[in-house]
Design a protein around this ligand. Sequence first.
Ligand code: NAP
Length: 320
Amino acid sequence: MPIMRAAFASRFDDADPLAALTVGERPEPTPPADDWVTVQLRATSLNHHDLWSLRGVGLTEAQLPMILGCDAVGVDPEGRPVVVYPVVVTPGDPRGVSILSEHFAGTLAERVVVPRSNLIPLPDGMAATDAACLPTAWLTAWRMLTTKGRVAEADSVLVQGAGGGVATAAVALAVAMGKRVYATSRDAVKRDRISALGATAVEPGARLPERVDVVIETVGAATFDHSLKSAAPMARIVVSGATAGHEPSVNLRRVFAMQLEILGTSMGTPGELYELLAFCSDNEVRPVVDCVIPFSRVEDAFARLHSGDAFGKVVIDHEA
Ligand SMILES: NC(=O)c1ccc[n+]([C@@H]2O[C@H](COP(=O)([O-])OP(=O)(O)OC[C@H]3O[C@@H](n4cnc5c(N)ncnc54)[C@H](OP(=O)(O)O)[C@@H]3O)[C@@H](O)[C@H]2O)c1
């Protein structure tokens, strides 16, 4: 059976997710249906999702070994450069869909198979390593701001835990949209870098100069009370993650008195990914990239993400 090199979860380790990562040989993927195609990968990027998978969140033992990775830019069977939309219709999953590396093999490999309808042309002039940041973290941030947060009606945005992949995307996009952007980070160096992106950086929990119209929340328990306190009347608090705990206590008096909307969201639609690619191209918005690491050193990329020191996306170059 033909084989390829891949990074995969071979077991789960909640305390030490890096110990559950294996880099080695896996069988070549075969398209499960006629409308699926094989994509030769050029660049990918890591997401916190990959660490959750190694911890056993969202996967069962029966699904192991599972090739990790949600994001991808590659070449389709006709030789065209493409961005891969990572959400796949999945009968049997309670959401009706899944993200690559949940039910179907992920992108941290030489090749991946996906439905042909999940392929979007790589915009002219956009580097594969930049576009590889967009399909998960940046798409999530785009939908949080636009469809869910209705940022077009807003003047001000707060982004919590701003060093992360989703959070740096939200800061960069909201600044490019001309909003007043506040962002929290625990780390003074990251706060300096957030300021350089055009946001006002503050320590977690700090009182803001104004209450904001949209809050971008991916941290969870550690920041949620601050998100509530920082929200203006009728504000939208949009939640797509809970890195620091998913069971915060919620002051319901503040929710109803201030008429807040707390909105959950995951990923985005193919149409939203087209919009995001066009927005980045037209406005010359480049993803915030922490580092680009060759696929031959994919373990180092995981270690960087796990360290918590990354500012922006950890990108993997499959052609280096
Ligand atoms: N639902 C979806 O579709 C979707 C899509 C993408 C991501 N997510 C979720 O969103 C979350 C972020 O993903 P990501 O890929 O952006 O992760 P990431 O790049 O690893 O960033 C995580 C960020 O969270 C902040 N953080 C972590 N622990 C914290 C704590 N105790 N207190 C305050 N801040 C803390 C950190 O910010 P500072 O270091 O700056 O403080 C860190 O930079 C994850 O939980 C992920 O699963 C969901």
